[in-house]
Design a protein around this ligand. Structure first.
Ligand code: MG
Length: 384
């Protein structure tokens, strides 16, 4: 049976990154209209994307790159807008019903809030939004009757396992364990950025690959799940599952556990966020369980990988603690990638920031953004 599903357009913020390009793959396959794009500065790719999808509005954060792109696209109908303001314009572009927020860093928070205020559907791939400002963002979604659909594979899995069912007893997030699973603390001291960037199962951006290697990524995901699914921290469990086939699970009060399985391909959760509640043909291969053979699960090694525990501590503290966590981690990861600190210093610095910096209990958005900045500055000072 052929059906014609008429869907609204999408805006893709962070369109030149890993999630952004995959979101455009999905849009191409589903023949979805792309109403706006936004990116940092990669104008070669932005130009190609704007031409291919005949995009009316393109935002470029870097002002000079925006000028250059406007010149290159002079023969088209595409309008190019610069800076932070341009990105916020792209988030609520006319013709977009869903905005994919796949920008990296705290830069995702404001456009997400703009889109929620406009009552749009937000397909959220940016971690910082919920990690730093989860309470404000969820309140805004409720106040404006807007939906946040998770793009991250774990949260998409939980979202799918929760469809039409009663209140969950526990959420079980799976973690691949990253490239250093099984190593001891001594061996971790000498790992290099190149080693950390080689993820066994998922093809991801640089920052998130390091977060996956430290397991801070899983800590962030616990915080996001707490906000997205209104689940108390102590009822969110993490299990290491090296095959990355079970993307997460939900345990119900009667002991039944519902899991979502699939190939490790981000286009599947991206597509679900764009088509929910419908399901469209697979954007990637299908799962061959006989090829996988066995699925294994183990407790995370929190002694060797302390980041998960540090993230839980921040989540329990509340207020600006998770903004501090995020800001400190961001800067520590950047320093590791620049070969300025060793791998084991990442959690050490993040933990120190959490111990030393003041926590604002009931923060405004401005307090949250300041907390991210001061944690980042704290890590800089510790290393200089
Ligand atoms: Mg994930």
């Amino acid at each position: 049976m052929v059906r014609n599903i008429v869907r609204g357009g999408i805006a893709v913020l962070g369109s030149t990154g890993s999630i952004g390009t995959q979101a455009l793959d999905v849009a191409r396959a589903l023949n979805m209209r792309v109403a706006a794009l936004a990116a940092e500065s990669n104008i070669a790719l932005l130009e190609a994307q704007a031409r291919e999808h005949s995009v009316p509005l393109v935002a470029v954060r870097d002002t000079r790159a925006a000028d250059e792109l406007a010149k290159r696209l002079r023969d088209t109908r595409t309008r190019v807008v610069p800076g932070e303001g341009g990105i916020r314009q792209a988030a609520v572009a006319p013709g977009a019903e869903t905005v994919v927020v796949a920008v990296v860093g705290a830069a995702g928070i404001l456009p997400t809030l703009d889109a929620l205020e406009a009552g749009m559907r937000v397909a959220l791939a940016n971690k910082e939004t919920l990690v730093c400002a989860g309470k404000l963002v969820m309140e805004s979604a409720r106040d404006h009757g807007a939906d946040i659909l998770p793009v991250d594979s774990e949260h998409s899995a939980i979202f799918q396992c929760l469809q039409g069912r009663a209140v969950a007893e526990r959420l079980i997030l799976t973690a691949s364990g990253g490239p250093f699973r099984g190593m001891d603390a001594a061996a971790l001291k000498s790992v290099t950025p190149e080693m950390a960037l080689r993820h066994p199962n998922w093809n991801m951006g640089r920052k998130i690959s390091i977060d996956s290697a430290t397991m801070m990524n899983k800590g962030f995901e616990v915080i996001e799940a707490m906000h997205l699914f209104s689940m108390p921290l102590e009822r969110i469990k993490v299990l290491v599952h090296p095959q990355s086939v079970v993307h997460s699970m939900v345990e119900y009060t009667d002991g039944a556990v519902i899991a979502q399985l699939g190939p490790a391909d981000m286009r599947i959760p991206i597509q679900y966020a764009l088509t929910y509640p419908e399901r469209d043909p697979a954007p990637a291969g299908t799962l061959d369980l006989t090829a996988v053979g066995a699925l294994t699960f183990e407790e995370p090694d929190e002694g060797t990988f302390p980041s998960l525990g540090i993230a839980r501590r921040a989540a329990a503290l509340g207020g600006t603690a998770c903004a501090v966590l995020n800001g400190a981690n961001d800067t520590a990861v950047r320093m590791f990638l620049e070969n300025r600190i060793s791998f084991d210093m990442i959690p050490a610095l993040v933990g120190a920031a959490l111990d030393k910096l003041p926590i604002e209990k009931n923060p405004s958005l401005q307090d949250i953004i300041s907390a991210v900045d001061s944690a980042s500055g704290f890590v800089e000072r510790m290393c200089s």
